[in-house]
Design a protein around this ligand. Structure first.
Ligand SMILES: [Zn+2]
Length: 577
């Protein structure tokens, strides 16, 4: 009796489940086999269009074979199927970090002295760390230091200075890079660089001088000032970069991140990732967005830009599901210290009337954007200040007159200041995406208030304004490495606290369901892979994370300490606590 009814039941369940699921490519092939894995007895947030929660999911050949209740999904079990009892735990789709410096992060943790940790530090802690490295390396070797996320993490609210660095590392050039916007070097580095007290400031960069003697203090602001120093750092070998990507992948998997969109990628690193893809070693899907250096691209003709893009291998025609080049990044303005604003900064560190900097002129930016539009290359623009937002939208509007931008999913990175009604209308008309990294409201929040002023600083990342106006899937979430941990990021979106626990603009707080969509489905929409992964639906690649705690129901303060207990990518377990 039982033996006769079972197959019929199985067939009935299968038929209904296939019928109610849209079936992307590959679904038919995966329905005939027994599952590799079944996860059951859980609370699985599918993040499908109706935000359904199910208790079970079956995986076969890297793809999701079935979702539903335990009874339905158990029908997919065969003798070899591994059953994972979730014991009521919450499962979410794999996390997409839509703005990260992923290979850079691998280099930071494997090669650099690393203070971007979220730990509270003193100047002495940093000097001790640099001194320890100086003792390990040979005289003359560069010591590259990743500074803290911001001075909010330093008791004295400053970085070590040139003289202090000279004491702990007299024989080694030292470069402290705080998030690409503030730098400090010692005397050995200054001697090598050729920069002297008489060197004029580069365009959009500043060297700080002792007000009395005029000597270089070793402190500098914005990337153009860094260039003469960075030029002397020896390039990393292929093997070192491969290892850095491996180390980064390990951390990402431990944190539940399954896709990274690299917002400062370099063409020479594509081969690094492709090498690991060839070895079948990647545990994270890497999307590359190449940074366009303004000094290379400004003032170029369309055909020159096209030639440069060809050298970069753009547009990318590959159909890899692991390593793709999505497009290019234009960094239009500065950030906490130099976002381009309509109104003056609170701080006059850079002189009276400081309103930040724009690294591009609008004509050059438009020329690049038009070549991108003509060649179907996706554009991601770093835009932090309100003046920058006005400028970028004006430029995109001009491009839109020749090439319709709707549907191209061009993206505003950061979009950190309150949008005006005009801004919102333009962003909707151009169908732009907004990529937001709220954790910086925690890790740099105090600095924003000090430099931008209380109101603009508290408004940093006006997420509710963007989401209310644009809706899903047009707003997506990332880390910008400050910090990488997506659960600190998630927490930050729903509490908006700075390091002192002060809440900036509580009206901009988001609901947890919205944040989850931004970290998953919306992230894949941003790179045109929403049909392949980003939700837990039949036929999609099986990327998912089992969480230690119920992210929807724990008190908000606890979200930041949630940890993945298991991360699955492409149907394989890549991390297990
Ligand atoms: Zn960034």
């Amino acid at each position: 009796m039982i033996q006769r009814t079972l197959p019929i039941l199985t067939f009935a369940v299968l038929a209904t489940m296939v019928a109610c699921d849209k079936a992307p490519d590959g679904t038919d092939a995966i329905q005939a086999q027994a599952a590799d894995y079944i996860l059951r007895n859980g609370s699985i947030a599918t993040v499908n269009n109706t935000l359904d929660t199910v208790t079970a999911v079956a995986i076969v050949n890297g793809r999701i074979q079935a979702v539903g209740n335990d009874e339905q999904v158990s029908e997919r079990a065969g003798p070899e199927t591994k059953i994972i009892d979730l014991d009521g735990k919450v499962v979410i789709p794999g996390i997409v970090d839509s703005h990260i410096h992923a290979l850079g992060y691998g280099l930071h943790i494997s090669q650099h002295v690393m203070f971007s940790t979220g730990e509270q530090l003193t100047v002495q802690d940093m000097l001790d760390g640099i001194e320890a490295r100086a003792k390990q390396v040979e005289a003359g070797q560069w010591i590259y230091v990743r500074g803290p996320y911001s001075l909010d993490f330093v008791d004295e609210r400053r970085l070590p200075n040139r003289k202090e660095l000279d004491v702990v590392a007299p024989l080694n050039p030292v470069f402290i890079n705080m998030q690409g916007h503030v730098g400090v070097v010692n005397s050995a580095a200054i001697d090598l660089s050729g920069v002297t007290k008489d060197t004029p400031d580069p365009e959009n960069g500043i060297y700080v001088h002792d007000p009395e003697t005029g000597e270089l203090e070793g402190t500098m602001y914005e990337f153009p000032a860094f260039t003469p120093f960075l030029r002397h750092l020896p390039p990393y070998s292929f093997d070192v970069r491969v290892n850095a990507a491996r180390e980064a992948d390990k951390v990402f998997s431990r944190l539940g991140i399954t896709t990274v969109v690299n917002l400062w990628a370099e063409p020479e690193n594509l081969a690094v990732l492709q090498h690991l893809e060839g070895l079948n070693e990647l545990t994270v899907r890497w999307s590359m967005v190449y940074r366009l250096a303004p000094e290379v691209f400004k003032g170029r003709s369309a055909s020159e830009i096209e030639d440069l893009f060809k050298e970069y291998g753009l547009p990318d025609e590959s159909d890899s599901n692991w390593v793709t080049v999505n497009g290019v990044k234009i960094i239009y303005d500065g950030f906490a210290e130099a976002a381009y604003m309509n109104d003056e900064y609170l701080e006059d560190r850079f002189g009276e009337g400081w309103k930040g900097v724009a690294f591009w002129d609008k004509e050059s930016m438009q020329a690049v954007m038009e070549v991108c539009a003509a060649n179907d290359i996706q554009v991601f623009v770093h835009v932090a200040g309100d003046r920058a937002l006005d400028d970028v939208l004006e430029t995109m509007g001009a491009v839109n007159d020749k090439y319709k931008l709707a549907g191209r999913r061009w993206t505003l990175e950061h979009a950190s200041t309150e949008p005006t009604e005009d801004n919102l209308r333009q962003v909707k008309e151009l169908e732009l995406l907004v990529s937001t990294q709220q954790a910086m409201g925690w890790s740099i929040g105090k600095t924003f208030k000090e430099t931008w002023g209380e109101e603009r600083g508290s408004t940093f990342a006006p997420n509710r304004s963007w989401l209310d106006a644009l809706g899903h899937p047009y707003v997506k979430a990332g880390s910008d490495n400050r910090p990488i941990d997506p659960f600190i990021g998630f927490w930050s979106f729903v509490v908006r606290e700075d390091v002192d626990g002060r809440i900036g603009r509580p009206d901009q707080i988001l609901a947890r369901e919205d944040v989850l969509r931004m970290y998953t489905a919306n992230g894949t929409y941003g790179i045109f892979t929403e049909d392949k992964w980003g939700t837990i639906e039949v036929g999609k690649f099986a990327d998912m994370v089992i969480l230690s705690d119920d992210i929807f129901n724990v008190p908000a303060a606890q979200i930041r300490s949630i940890q993945p207990v298991m991360t699955i990518v492409n149907g394989e377990i890549v991390y297990r606590h």
